[in-house]
Design a protein around this ligand. Structure first.
Ligand SMILES: [Mn+2]
Length: 241
């Protein structure tokens, strides 16, 4: 399998060294179909159901936006799936970072799992397409942006759910695929694609089919963490229709 080898056709944009040291370039021509999957949060069963629904084969590549762990029932099972499959990659989410920093512990996540989480890159990209967990800061150059920005960016004013949201202000390249902000429905903009549809909160688990440019979602079927409906960000709330 050659698809996981670094592919260093350099993009026209560059992060700070802190992120670049954990930035993985992939070769999209090594794969048939390519998918980006939203925050899984230990929801192994919907993740497996989504992979089935997508008919993932060993020649297809899946890139997860991070937050594989915490809040849901089987974080270790989700980590196992990503670790055991060469064609499933993930960036690091802020919840992986909390575990790595020792701020949180997760049932079933042991030393070997933590070693694996440590290997997750902060950014995965190909061509002018970028996958990060949170987002990027639209008000400054990428070259000034560090780890915490890509892990936690939501709003570039206060970083809460009140907006304005970075993905409404960002003008690429790159086009950024992101999770972290829980959405009532996936968001597709010219320069940003949001795929966290709150699976662990009883929403759905969403993939973006990069090859065909369409979303594919499976319903959660089980709610593991309660979250009021108004805390699922609806497209009309973001300041852009
Ligand atoms: Mn999350």
């Amino acid at each position: 399998m050659t698809g996981c080898e670094a592919h260093r056709d350099e993009p026209t944009w560059r992060f700070s060294d802190q992120v670049e040291q954990h930035h993985q370039r992939i070769d999209p021509t090594a794969w048939d179909d390519l998918y980006v999957v939203g925050d899984i949060h230990g929801c192994r069963e919907p993740f497996e159901r989504l992979l089935d629904r997508l008919n993932i084969e060993s020649t297809d590549l899946v890139v997860c936006v991070g937050d594989l762990v915490r809040k849901g029932p089987d974080s270790a099972g989700v980590v196992d799936i990503v670790r055991d499959n060469e064609n499933i990659l993930s960036v690091r989410g802020n919840n992986e970072q909390k575990v790595l920093d020792g701020r949180k512990t997760v049932d079933g996540i042991d030393g070997d799992d933590i070693d694996f989480l440590q290997t997750l890159p902060l950014a995965i990209s190909w061509e002018d397409l970028l996958v990060v967990h949170g987002g990027i800061d639209p008000t400054t150059a990428l070259s000034t942006q560090g780890r915490d920005t890509v892990l936690t960016m939501r709003s570039h004013h206060g970083n809460g759910y009140d907006g304005p949201f970075w993905f409404d202000a960002h003008e690429g390249p790159p086009r950024v695929f992101f999770g972290h902000t829980v959405l009532a429905a996936p968001i597709e903009r010219e320069w940003a694609v949001g795929v966290d549809t709150g699976c662990v909160y009883g929403g759905s688990l969403t993939a973006y089919d990069v090859t065909d440019g369409v979303f594919v979602s499976v319903p959660a079927e089980t709610t593991h963490q309660s979250r009021p409906q108004e805390k699922f960000l609806a497209d009309g709330q973001t300041g852009k229709p």
